[in-house]
Design a protein around this ligand. Structure first.
Ligand SMILES: Cc1ncc(COP(=O)(O)O)c(C=O)c1O
Length: 355
């Protein structure tokens, strides 16, 4: 008999799990400044602290509602659409999982532009779908979308992040509308960072039955640790997603904190004002040090230094994301999350010393 825990004692793993890996996120690096995960570097959202003080009213011995009704009602009010149009997820990561589970039979295509958020490949693969990657075009300053290439895949699901991670830029709304109009299947526009540039395609779902817009509380609202995201779409599409969704997928506290963040938006307002402004200053300083940058509409930017800097920055206490590990087309590039002026000055000082 095999010893307990021995891999030979297990049945074979699902085929994609033999090659697919969740990327290492390096979230357990105490003492390092985390400019690598595109989180909100302005700190804790005070709305969460206020909700934590009200926690006594939380019946934590009871399950929350199956479909995060309180949060969906708050989202409905914020977006001016009915509550049934919203599906809450354990981060918008869970919504990608739901999209694949809902629409892909084994071998069906899920298409997206690359370089992209690495989890698209993960969720398509682990759900036995077929990730189809269509390269973005590097125009020198921005990265542009190959709409015809995406449409030619005839994929059941097309995912486009706007602003895109890791390149940073948003795509023109007219181009996204064109993609949605002509796509044979569902188009998911991932607006995780859209608050930083004022883009909002949620109202477009009124006209487009195949459009689902994904948003998160992890970025501008600063709630990454509470894991709350959502999808907005017409009822046929949102009902379909709920079929694949486990009940109670958002914790009672996370739901309440997210709803409070919507009701009390002071931190969000400061984030969407301060972070893009500081990003522009930091990028100008990075270029003055001889590095290349690409335009960004998010709370991070992509840069290329004349020599590798990720390890040198880490030795100076700063974590950035070496994106060349996952994206061969980005050899020598790092992605940097911006913070306030003081945080960015610390980064710039360390970068100067690293070069
Ligand atoms: C483009 C993009 N979409 C979605 C997410 C995940 O968001 P959430 O924290 O809501 O799962 C990220 C996180 O970095 C991202 O970069």
């Amino acid at each position: 008999m095999e010893a307990p825990g021995s891999p030979a004692a297990l049945p074979p793993l699902r085929t994609p799990l033999r090659s697919v890996r969740v990327p290492g996120y390096e979230m357990d690096a105490p003492g390092l400044l985390p400019m690598h995960a595109n989180t909100n570097l302005l700190g804790q959202n005070p709305a969460v602290l206020r909700e934590a003080r009200a926690v006594r009213g939380l019946e934590s011995n009871q399950y929350p509602t199956e479909n995060s009704e309180t949060l969906c009602a708050a989202l409905a009010e914020a977006h001016g659409l009915p509550r049934s149009w919203f599906v809450a997820g354990n981060g918008c990561d869970e919504i990608f999982d739901l999209l694949a589970k809902t629409f892909l039979d084994p071998g069906d295509a899920m298409a997206y532009p690359v370089p992209a958020f690495v989890m698209y490949r993960f969720y398509a693969s682990v759900n036995l779908g077929r990730p189809v990657e269509i390269p973005l075009q590097d125009d020198g300053r921005r990265w542009s979308l190959d709409v015809e290439g995406l449409l030619a895949t005839r994929a059941r699901v097309i995912v486009v992040a706007s602003p895109n991670n890791p390149t940073g830029n948003a795509f023109p709304a007219e181009q996204l509308r064109d993609l949605v109009r002509r796509a044979p299947g569902v188009v998911a526009v991932d607006e995780a960072y859209a608050d930083f540039c004022g883009q909002n395609l949620v109202p477009e779902t009124r006209r487009a039955p195949n459009l689902v817009v994904l948003r998160t509380f992890s970025k501008a609202h600063g709630l990454a640790g509470l894991r709350v995201g959502y999808a907005g779409a017409q009822p046929a599409l949102s009902d379909a997603l709920r079929r694949a969704k486990p009940p109670f997928n958002v914790s009672a506290f996370s739901e309440r904190a997210a709803a409070r963040a919507l009701r009390e938006p002071a931190f969000w307002k400061r984030s969407v004002r301060v972070l893009p402004a500081e990003r522009e200053k930091a990028m100008a300083a990075v270029r003055a040090l001889g590095c290349r940058t690409w335009e960004s509409d998010a709370n991070f930017f992509l840069m290329k230094a004349p020599r590798p800097v990720a390890e040198a920055l880490k030795s100076r206490g700063i974590l950035v994301r070496d994106v060349s590990r996952h994206h061969p087309s980005l050899a020598g590039c790092v992605r940097v999350t911006v913070g306030d002026a003081k945080t960015n000055r610390r980064f710039l000082k360390a970068l100067e010393a690293s070069l």
